[in-house]
Design a protein. Structure first.
Length: 132
């Protein structure tokens, strides 16, 4: 299951707060039933056009990963929660919407299932788009 979320936040200070992102990536995996297997990696990226700077955070999970990228001047955030284990994507999306104080957002879900022995030649993936 892969939860992809894009949104605009009402709080630019939050989008540039490295400690907020570090704490989120440290604590959040267990809240959605995942197992964190690394410390979060946080990078502040400023070697770009002024409106493109932001912070990115990544944490490895036993089930896969969580990645978050902020674009502070645009008040924009991208969130990717990827897991080979099912989780309640509706609860996770609502919680992340609140944590990042999103005023507009879009949620996409990708089902990523395949046989452990060999991939099927047909693509059984489902893609769902929910926008607000």
């Amino acid at each position: 299951m892969q939860l992809l979320m894009d949104g605009y936040s009402e709080n630019k200070d939050l989008l540039q707060n490295e400690e907020f992102l570090r704490e989120l990536l440290t604590d959040y995996p267990s809240k959605i039933g995942m197992t964190r297997i690394s410390d979060p990696h946080i990078i502040r990226f400023t070697d770009c056009e002024p409106e493109e700077w932001g912070i990115s955070g990544f944490v490895f999970l036993a089930e896969s990963h969580i990645a978050i990228h902020t674009f502070v001047e645009r008040s924009y955030v991208n969130i990717d929660v990827f897991s080979c284990k099912d989780f309640d994507t509706s609860v996770a999306a609502e919680d992340l919407r609140k944590r990042f104080r999103l005023t507009q957002w879009r949620v996409s879900l990708a089902e990523r299932e395949w046989s452990r022995s060999s991939p099927d030649s047909k693509n059984p993936s489902l893609f769902t788009y929910n926008g607000s």
